[in-house]
Design a protein around this ligand. Structure first.
Ligand SMILES: Cc1cc2nc3c(=O)[nH]c(=O)nc-3n(C[C@H](O)[C@H](O)[C@H](O)COP(=O)(O)OP(=O)(O)OC[C@H]3O[C@@H](n4cnc5c(N)ncnc54)[C@H](O)[C@@H]3O)c2cc1C
Length: 390
Protein backbone atom coordinates (compact mmCIF):
# COMPACT_ATOMS: atom_id res chain seq x y z
CA UNK A 1 0.00 0.00 0.00
CA UNK A 2 2.80 2.43 0.93
CA UNK A 3 4.58 1.56 -2.32
CA UNK A 4 1.39 2.16 -4.29
CA UNK A 5 1.14 5.49 -2.49
CA UNK A 6 4.68 6.36 -3.52
CA UNK A 7 3.81 5.42 -7.13
CA UNK A 8 1.09 8.05 -7.14
CA UNK A 9 3.55 10.79 -6.21
CA UNK A 10 6.56 9.52 -8.18
CA UNK A 11 5.76 11.51 -11.31
CA UNK A 12 6.08 14.81 -9.42
CA UNK A 13 9.74 15.74 -9.94
CA UNK A 14 10.10 17.49 -6.58
CA UNK A 15 9.80 14.23 -4.64
CA UNK A 16 13.07 12.32 -4.22
CA UNK A 17 13.82 8.96 -2.65
CA UNK A 18 14.17 10.75 0.69
CA UNK A 19 10.61 12.05 0.36
CA UNK A 20 9.46 8.56 -0.60
CA UNK A 21 11.09 7.19 2.53
CA UNK A 22 9.31 9.73 4.75
CA UNK A 23 6.04 9.07 2.90
CA UNK A 24 6.37 5.37 3.63
CA UNK A 25 7.13 6.04 7.31
CA UNK A 26 4.09 8.29 7.78
CA UNK A 27 1.84 6.12 5.64
CA UNK A 28 2.71 2.91 7.50
CA UNK A 29 2.30 4.62 10.88
CA UNK A 30 -1.12 5.97 9.87
CA UNK A 31 -2.42 2.75 8.33
CA UNK A 32 -0.99 0.21 10.78
CA UNK A 33 -0.85 2.08 14.09
CA UNK A 34 -3.57 4.73 13.94
CA UNK A 35 -6.29 3.68 11.49
CA UNK A 36 -7.35 0.55 13.44
CA UNK A 37 -8.28 2.82 16.39
CA UNK A 38 -10.19 5.43 14.40
CA UNK A 39 -13.69 4.36 15.42
CA UNK A 40 -12.78 3.93 19.10
CA UNK A 41 -10.98 7.27 19.38
CA UNK A 42 -13.75 9.07 17.54
CA UNK A 43 -16.27 7.56 19.96
CA UNK A 44 -14.08 8.47 22.97
CA UNK A 45 -13.89 12.05 21.64
CA UNK A 46 -10.11 12.00 22.21
CA UNK A 47 -7.04 10.15 21.01
CA UNK A 48 -4.35 9.15 23.53
CA UNK A 49 -1.77 11.74 24.51
CA UNK A 50 1.05 9.29 23.76
CA UNK A 51 0.41 9.75 20.02
CA UNK A 52 2.12 13.16 20.21
CA UNK A 53 5.21 11.43 21.59
CA UNK A 54 5.09 8.70 18.95
CA UNK A 55 4.86 11.30 16.18
CA UNK A 56 7.78 13.19 17.73
CA UNK A 57 9.89 10.04 17.97
CA UNK A 58 9.40 9.59 14.21
CA UNK A 59 10.63 13.18 13.76
CA UNK A 60 7.26 14.31 12.43
CA UNK A 61 6.64 17.21 14.83
CA UNK A 62 9.81 19.02 13.81
CA UNK A 63 10.31 18.42 10.12
CA UNK A 64 11.54 21.95 9.31
CA UNK A 65 12.92 22.64 12.80
CA UNK A 66 16.74 22.94 13.03
CA UNK A 67 18.48 19.92 14.52
CA UNK A 68 19.76 21.97 17.48
CA UNK A 69 16.14 22.23 18.68
CA UNK A 70 15.39 18.56 18.12
CA UNK A 71 14.05 18.76 14.55
CA UNK A 72 14.98 17.19 11.24
CA UNK A 73 16.04 20.43 9.51
CA UNK A 74 14.25 19.54 6.27
CA UNK A 75 12.22 21.63 3.80
CA UNK A 76 8.59 22.31 2.93
CA UNK A 77 8.36 19.37 0.51
CA UNK A 78 8.86 17.03 3.48
CA UNK A 79 6.14 18.92 5.37
CA UNK A 80 4.00 18.39 2.27
CA UNK A 81 4.48 14.63 2.54
CA UNK A 82 3.62 14.75 6.28
CA UNK A 83 0.41 16.71 5.72
CA UNK A 84 -0.65 14.51 2.79
CA UNK A 85 -0.05 11.14 4.40
CA UNK A 86 -1.86 12.03 7.63
CA UNK A 87 -5.13 11.60 5.71
CA UNK A 88 -4.54 7.85 5.84
CA UNK A 89 -5.12 7.61 9.59
CA UNK A 90 -8.83 7.81 8.79
CA UNK A 91 -9.72 10.56 11.29
CA UNK A 92 -9.12 14.17 10.31
CA UNK A 93 -9.28 15.24 13.95
CA UNK A 94 -6.03 13.47 14.76
CA UNK A 95 -4.31 15.01 11.74
CA UNK A 96 -5.59 18.44 12.74
CA UNK A 97 -4.33 18.09 16.33
CA UNK A 98 -0.86 17.02 15.19
CA UNK A 99 -0.67 19.73 12.52
CA UNK A 100 -1.65 22.34 15.11
CA UNK A 101 1.32 21.14 17.12
CA UNK A 102 3.84 20.97 14.27
CA UNK A 103 2.72 23.67 11.86
CA UNK A 104 0.18 26.05 13.39
CA UNK A 105 1.02 26.86 17.02
CA UNK A 106 4.80 26.54 16.93
CA UNK A 107 6.45 27.78 13.67
CA UNK A 108 6.11 31.38 14.85
CA UNK A 109 8.39 30.52 17.79
CA UNK A 110 11.04 29.51 15.28
CA UNK A 111 10.46 32.65 13.24
CA UNK A 112 10.59 35.31 15.94
CA UNK A 113 11.40 33.59 19.24
CA UNK A 114 14.71 33.86 21.08
CA UNK A 115 16.73 30.97 22.48
CA UNK A 116 14.74 30.99 25.76
CA UNK A 117 11.45 30.59 23.83
CA UNK A 118 12.92 27.91 21.61
CA UNK A 119 14.48 25.85 24.42
CA UNK A 120 11.48 26.09 26.79
CA UNK A 121 8.54 25.86 24.39
CA UNK A 122 9.54 24.92 20.84
CA UNK A 123 11.88 22.05 21.67
CA UNK A 124 9.50 20.31 24.13
CA UNK A 125 6.75 20.56 21.48
CA UNK A 126 9.02 19.17 18.77
CA UNK A 127 10.00 16.30 21.08
CA UNK A 128 6.38 15.54 21.99
CA UNK A 129 6.90 16.37 25.67
CA UNK A 130 4.55 19.38 25.60
CA UNK A 131 1.27 19.82 23.75
CA UNK A 132 0.81 23.17 22.01
CA UNK A 133 -2.31 25.12 21.08
CA UNK A 134 -2.90 28.31 19.14
CA UNK A 135 -5.17 30.82 20.89
CA UNK A 136 -6.46 33.52 18.58
CA UNK A 137 -10.25 33.16 18.24
CA UNK A 138 -12.54 34.66 20.91
CA UNK A 139 -16.28 34.44 21.48
CA UNK A 140 -16.68 37.86 19.81
CA UNK A 141 -13.75 37.83 17.38
CA UNK A 142 -13.10 35.14 14.76
CA UNK A 143 -12.59 36.31 11.19
CA UNK A 144 -12.01 39.81 12.52
CA UNK A 145 -8.79 39.04 14.39
CA UNK A 146 -8.07 42.75 14.92
CA UNK A 147 -10.98 43.00 17.35
CA UNK A 148 -9.72 40.50 19.98
CA UNK A 149 -10.24 41.67 23.55
CA UNK A 150 -8.17 39.39 25.81
CA UNK A 151 -5.85 41.84 27.54
CA UNK A 152 -2.26 41.57 28.76
CA UNK A 153 -1.33 44.47 31.02
CA UNK A 154 2.25 45.00 32.16
CA UNK A 155 2.87 44.90 35.91
CA UNK A 156 6.60 45.01 36.65
CA UNK A 157 8.22 42.03 34.96
CA UNK A 158 4.88 40.33 34.37
CA UNK A 159 1.92 40.50 32.02
CA UNK A 160 -1.46 40.11 33.74
CA UNK A 161 -3.87 38.41 31.35
CA UNK A 162 -7.68 38.52 31.41
CA UNK A 163 -10.17 37.30 28.84
CA UNK A 164 -11.40 34.22 26.99
CA UNK A 165 -10.72 32.20 23.83
CA UNK A 166 -12.88 29.67 22.05
CA UNK A 167 -12.71 26.78 19.54
CA UNK A 168 -9.14 26.08 20.65
CA UNK A 169 -7.80 22.83 19.19
CA UNK A 170 -5.81 20.75 21.74
CA UNK A 171 -7.36 23.17 24.23
CA UNK A 172 -8.32 20.71 26.99
CA UNK A 173 -4.80 19.34 27.40
CA UNK A 174 -2.37 21.89 25.98
CA UNK A 175 0.73 22.57 28.07
CA UNK A 176 1.21 25.96 26.48
CA UNK A 177 -0.68 28.27 24.17
CA UNK A 178 0.72 30.61 21.55
CA UNK A 179 -1.68 33.33 22.60
CA UNK A 180 -2.87 36.51 20.90
CA UNK A 181 -3.46 39.27 23.48
CA UNK A 182 -4.24 42.96 23.42
CA UNK A 183 -1.34 44.98 24.78
CA UNK A 184 -2.15 48.30 23.17
CA UNK A 185 -4.69 50.41 21.34
CA UNK A 186 -7.86 49.02 19.75
CA UNK A 187 -7.44 47.48 16.29
CA UNK A 188 -4.63 45.54 14.68
CA UNK A 189 -1.86 47.80 16.01
CA UNK A 190 -2.34 46.77 19.65
CA UNK A 191 -1.97 43.00 19.52
CA UNK A 192 0.95 40.90 20.79
CA UNK A 193 1.82 37.21 20.87
CA UNK A 194 2.87 35.55 24.11
CA UNK A 195 3.73 31.99 25.11
CA UNK A 196 1.29 31.06 27.85
CA UNK A 197 1.97 28.05 30.14
CA UNK A 198 -1.38 26.49 31.05
CA UNK A 199 -0.26 25.68 34.61
CA UNK A 200 -0.52 29.42 35.32
CA UNK A 201 -2.82 30.32 38.25
CA UNK A 202 -6.15 31.72 37.08
CA UNK A 203 -6.26 29.72 33.83
CA UNK A 204 -9.27 27.46 33.26
CA UNK A 205 -10.70 25.19 30.59
CA UNK A 206 -14.30 26.37 30.85
CA UNK A 207 -15.85 23.91 28.38
CA UNK A 208 -14.93 21.00 26.14
CA UNK A 209 -16.92 21.64 22.98
CA UNK A 210 -18.96 18.95 21.20
CA UNK A 211 -18.50 19.13 17.41
CA UNK A 212 -20.23 17.61 14.39
CA UNK A 213 -16.97 16.09 13.12
CA UNK A 214 -13.25 15.81 13.85
CA UNK A 215 -14.44 14.05 16.97
CA UNK A 216 -11.16 12.57 18.19
CA UNK A 217 -9.62 16.03 18.52
CA UNK A 218 -10.48 18.11 21.57
CA UNK A 219 -11.72 21.66 21.13
CA UNK A 220 -12.09 23.98 24.11
CA UNK A 221 -13.31 27.23 25.48
CA UNK A 222 -10.70 28.66 27.86
CA UNK A 223 -10.58 31.60 30.28
CA UNK A 224 -7.89 33.76 31.87
CA UNK A 225 -8.43 35.51 35.19
CA UNK A 226 -5.54 37.66 36.45
CA UNK A 227 -3.03 35.21 35.00
CA UNK A 228 0.58 36.34 35.52
CA UNK A 229 3.24 35.33 33.04
CA UNK A 230 6.74 36.79 32.70
CA UNK A 231 7.25 39.53 30.11
CA UNK A 232 10.06 37.41 28.67
CA UNK A 233 7.32 35.16 27.24
CA UNK A 234 6.53 37.92 24.73
CA UNK A 235 7.25 36.69 21.20
CA UNK A 236 8.93 39.24 18.94
CA UNK A 237 7.99 42.90 19.32
CA UNK A 238 5.12 44.22 21.44
CA UNK A 239 2.06 45.30 19.42
CA UNK A 240 3.34 43.59 16.26
CA UNK A 241 1.32 40.43 16.95
CA UNK A 242 -1.24 40.97 14.19
CA UNK A 243 1.48 40.78 11.53
CA UNK A 244 3.01 37.68 13.10
CA UNK A 245 -0.42 36.02 13.24
CA UNK A 246 -1.10 36.82 9.58
CA UNK A 247 2.27 35.43 8.57
CA UNK A 248 1.75 32.32 10.71
CA UNK A 249 -1.69 31.81 9.13
CA UNK A 250 -0.02 31.29 5.75
CA UNK A 251 1.77 28.11 6.86
CA UNK A 252 -1.35 26.97 8.70
CA UNK A 253 -3.49 27.44 5.60
CA UNK A 254 -0.97 25.69 3.38
CA UNK A 255 -0.69 22.52 5.50
CA UNK A 256 -4.48 22.64 5.92
CA UNK A 257 -4.94 22.75 2.14
CA UNK A 258 -2.47 19.92 1.57
CA UNK A 259 -4.12 17.66 4.13
CA UNK A 260 -7.55 18.58 2.78
CA UNK A 261 -6.77 17.72 -0.81
CA UNK A 262 -5.18 14.48 0.31
CA UNK A 263 -8.30 13.58 2.30
CA UNK A 264 -10.36 14.28 -0.83
CA UNK A 265 -8.08 11.94 -2.78
CA UNK A 266 -8.48 9.22 -0.15
CA UNK A 267 -12.25 9.69 -0.25
CA UNK A 268 -12.22 9.29 -4.03
CA UNK A 269 -9.89 6.27 -3.96
CA UNK A 270 -12.16 4.52 -1.47
CA UNK A 271 -15.13 5.34 -3.69
CA UNK A 272 -13.52 4.07 -6.90
CA UNK A 273 -12.89 0.77 -5.12
CA UNK A 274 -16.45 0.69 -3.81
CA UNK A 275 -17.85 1.35 -7.29
CA UNK A 276 -15.75 -1.49 -8.70
CA UNK A 277 -16.95 -3.91 -6.02
CA UNK A 278 -20.63 -2.89 -5.82
CA UNK A 279 -23.03 -4.14 -8.48
CA UNK A 280 -26.43 -2.90 -9.60
CA UNK A 281 -28.46 -4.10 -12.57
CA UNK A 282 -25.98 -6.97 -13.06
CA UNK A 283 -22.87 -4.84 -13.48
CA UNK A 284 -20.43 -2.99 -11.29
CA UNK A 285 -21.22 0.68 -10.65
CA UNK A 286 -18.15 1.54 -12.73
CA UNK A 287 -19.99 -0.06 -15.65
CA UNK A 288 -22.24 3.01 -15.83
CA UNK A 289 -20.81 5.85 -17.88
CA UNK A 290 -22.25 8.57 -15.62
CA UNK A 291 -20.45 7.01 -12.64
CA UNK A 292 -17.14 6.65 -14.51
CA UNK A 293 -17.34 10.23 -15.75
CA UNK A 294 -18.04 11.57 -12.28
CA UNK A 295 -15.09 9.65 -10.84
CA UNK A 296 -12.60 10.96 -13.40
CA UNK A 297 -14.03 14.47 -13.20
CA UNK A 298 -13.36 14.49 -9.44
CA UNK A 299 -9.88 13.01 -10.01
CA UNK A 300 -9.11 15.85 -12.44
CA UNK A 301 -10.37 18.51 -10.04
CA UNK A 302 -8.38 17.06 -7.13
CA UNK A 303 -5.27 17.11 -9.33
CA UNK A 304 -5.91 20.81 -10.08
CA UNK A 305 -6.27 21.57 -6.35
CA UNK A 306 -3.10 19.64 -5.58
CA UNK A 307 -1.17 21.56 -8.23
CA UNK A 308 -2.30 24.83 -6.66
CA UNK A 309 -0.95 23.64 -3.31
CA UNK A 310 2.32 22.53 -4.92
CA UNK A 311 2.69 25.91 -6.62
CA UNK A 312 2.32 27.57 -3.21
CA UNK A 313 4.91 25.22 -1.66
CA UNK A 314 7.25 25.98 -4.55
CA UNK A 315 6.91 29.73 -3.92
CA UNK A 316 7.47 29.32 -0.18
CA UNK A 317 10.54 27.19 -0.85
CA UNK A 318 11.79 29.89 -3.22
CA UNK A 319 11.67 32.43 -0.37
CA UNK A 320 8.19 33.94 -0.67
CA UNK A 321 7.18 32.96 2.87
CA UNK A 322 3.75 34.58 2.54
CA UNK A 323 2.69 33.42 -0.99
CA UNK A 324 -0.58 35.13 -0.11
CA UNK A 325 -2.27 34.80 -3.50
CA UNK A 326 -1.54 31.11 -4.04
CA UNK A 327 -2.12 29.98 -0.44
CA UNK A 328 -5.44 31.86 -0.24
CA UNK A 329 -6.47 30.30 -3.55
CA UNK A 330 -5.37 26.85 -2.40
CA UNK A 331 -7.37 27.09 0.84
CA UNK A 332 -10.43 28.39 -0.97
CA UNK A 333 -10.37 25.90 -3.83
CA UNK A 334 -9.31 22.81 -1.86
CA UNK A 335 -11.76 23.50 0.98
CA UNK A 336 -14.77 23.93 -1.27
CA UNK A 337 -13.69 21.03 -3.50
CA UNK A 338 -13.14 18.62 -0.60
CA UNK A 339 -16.73 19.17 0.52
CA UNK A 340 -18.07 18.52 -2.98
CA UNK A 341 -15.90 15.43 -3.45
CA UNK A 342 -17.01 14.03 -0.08
CA UNK A 343 -20.65 14.74 -0.90
CA UNK A 344 -20.49 13.05 -4.33
CA UNK A 345 -18.54 10.08 -2.95
CA UNK A 346 -21.04 9.62 -0.15
CA UNK A 347 -23.81 9.62 -2.76
CA UNK A 348 -22.04 6.94 -4.78
CA UNK A 349 -21.99 4.72 -1.68
CA UNK A 350 -25.80 4.83 -1.56
CA UNK A 351 -27.23 3.81 1.84
CA UNK A 352 -23.80 2.63 2.91
CA UNK A 353 -22.62 6.22 2.54
CA UNK A 354 -25.11 7.32 5.18
CA UNK A 355 -23.80 4.82 7.72
CA UNK A 356 -21.51 6.14 10.44
CA UNK A 357 -19.25 3.09 10.05
CA UNK A 358 -18.31 4.08 6.47
CA UNK A 359 -15.09 6.07 6.23
CA UNK A 360 -16.45 8.38 3.51
CA UNK A 361 -19.22 9.50 5.86
CA UNK A 362 -16.57 10.48 8.41
CA UNK A 363 -14.59 12.32 5.71
CA UNK A 364 -17.81 14.11 4.72
CA UNK A 365 -18.46 15.25 8.31
CA UNK A 366 -14.83 16.21 8.90
CA UNK A 367 -14.52 18.12 5.61
CA UNK A 368 -17.21 20.56 6.71
CA UNK A 369 -14.66 22.29 8.93
CA UNK A 370 -12.27 23.13 6.13
CA UNK A 371 -14.16 26.09 4.71
CA UNK A 372 -14.49 27.55 8.24
CA UNK A 373 -11.37 26.89 10.37
CA UNK A 374 -8.17 28.88 9.86
CA UNK A 375 -10.00 31.52 7.81
CA UNK A 376 -13.34 30.97 6.09
CA UNK A 377 -13.84 30.78 2.32
CA UNK A 378 -15.34 34.29 2.45
CA UNK A 379 -12.17 35.58 4.12
CA UNK A 380 -10.02 33.88 1.45
CA UNK A 381 -12.11 35.70 -1.19
CA UNK A 382 -11.69 38.96 0.74
CA UNK A 383 -7.91 38.52 0.78
CA UNK A 384 -7.91 37.70 -2.93
CA UNK A 385 -9.94 40.78 -3.85
CA UNK A 386 -7.26 42.87 -2.10
CA UNK A 387 -4.37 40.98 -3.72
CA UNK A 388 -6.00 41.24 -7.16
CA UNK A 389 -6.84 44.91 -6.57
CA UNK A 390 -10.51 44.42 -7.38
C1 LIG B 1 -13.16 22.74 15.02
C2 LIG B 1 -12.53 24.10 15.05
C3 LIG B 1 -11.22 24.23 15.47
C4 LIG B 1 -10.65 25.53 15.58
N1 LIG B 1 -9.39 25.62 16.08
C5 LIG B 1 -8.91 26.88 16.37
C6 LIG B 1 -7.68 27.04 17.08
O1 LIG B 1 -6.99 26.06 17.40
N2 LIG B 1 -7.27 28.29 17.40
C7 LIG B 1 -7.99 29.39 17.06
O2 LIG B 1 -7.57 30.51 17.38
N3 LIG B 1 -9.16 29.28 16.38
C8 LIG B 1 -9.64 28.06 16.04
N4 LIG B 1 -10.83 27.93 15.37
C9 LIG B 1 -11.58 29.13 15.02
C10 LIG B 1 -11.70 29.39 13.53
O3 LIG B 1 -10.48 29.82 12.98
C11 LIG B 1 -12.84 30.41 13.36
O4 LIG B 1 -14.04 29.71 13.65
C12 LIG B 1 -12.90 31.02 11.99
O5 LIG B 1 -11.80 31.85 11.77
C13 LIG B 1 -14.20 31.81 11.76
O6 LIG B 1 -14.45 32.70 12.81
P1 LIG B 1 -15.91 32.72 13.54
O7 LIG B 1 -16.23 31.34 13.90
O8 LIG B 1 -15.87 33.72 14.61
O9 LIG B 1 -16.91 33.17 12.42
P2 LIG B 1 -17.30 34.68 12.05
O10 LIG B 1 -16.08 35.49 11.87
O11 LIG B 1 -18.31 35.15 13.02
O12 LIG B 1 -18.00 34.48 10.64
C14 LIG B 1 -19.36 34.06 10.49
C15 LIG B 1 -19.70 34.06 9.01
O13 LIG B 1 -19.56 35.38 8.49
C16 LIG B 1 -18.71 35.37 7.37
N5 LIG B 1 -17.92 36.59 7.30
C17 LIG B 1 -17.15 37.13 8.27
N6 LIG B 1 -16.54 38.23 7.81
C18 LIG B 1 -16.90 38.39 6.52
C19 LIG B 1 -16.61 39.32 5.50
N7 LIG B 1 -15.73 40.31 5.71
N8 LIG B 1 -17.20 39.17 4.28
C20 LIG B 1 -18.06 38.16 4.06
N9 LIG B 1 -18.38 37.22 4.98
C21 LIG B 1 -17.80 37.34 6.19
C22 LIG B 1 -17.81 34.15 7.59
O14 LIG B 1 -17.25 33.69 6.34
C23 LIG B 1 -18.77 33.16 8.19
O15 LIG B 1 -19.49 32.52 7.17
C24 LIG B 1 -11.39 26.66 15.20
C25 LIG B 1 -12.70 26.51 14.75
C26 LIG B 1 -13.28 25.26 14.69
C27 LIG B 1 -14.71 25.14 14.22
Amino acid sequence: MADMQNQRYRHYPQFTEEHDALRKTVHDWCVNRLHPHAEAWEAARLFPREIFKEAADLGLLGIRVPEEYGGLGLDWWFTTVWAEELAHCGMAGLGMALLVQSDMATPVIGEIGDDYHKRNFWQPAVQGDAIAALGVTEPDAGSDVASIRTTAVRDGDDFVINGAKTYITNGTRADFITLAVRTGEAGYGGISLVLFPTNTKGYRVTRKLEKIGNHCSDTAEIAFEDCRIPVRNLLGMENMGFYYIMQNFQGERLVGSLSTISAAQRCLDLTVQYCRDRSAFNKPLTGFQTVRHLLVQLEAEIEAGRQLCYRAVQLVEAGDDMAIREISMAKLICGELANRVADRCLQLHGGMGYMAETEVSRIWRDARLITIGGGTSAIMREILTKVQGI
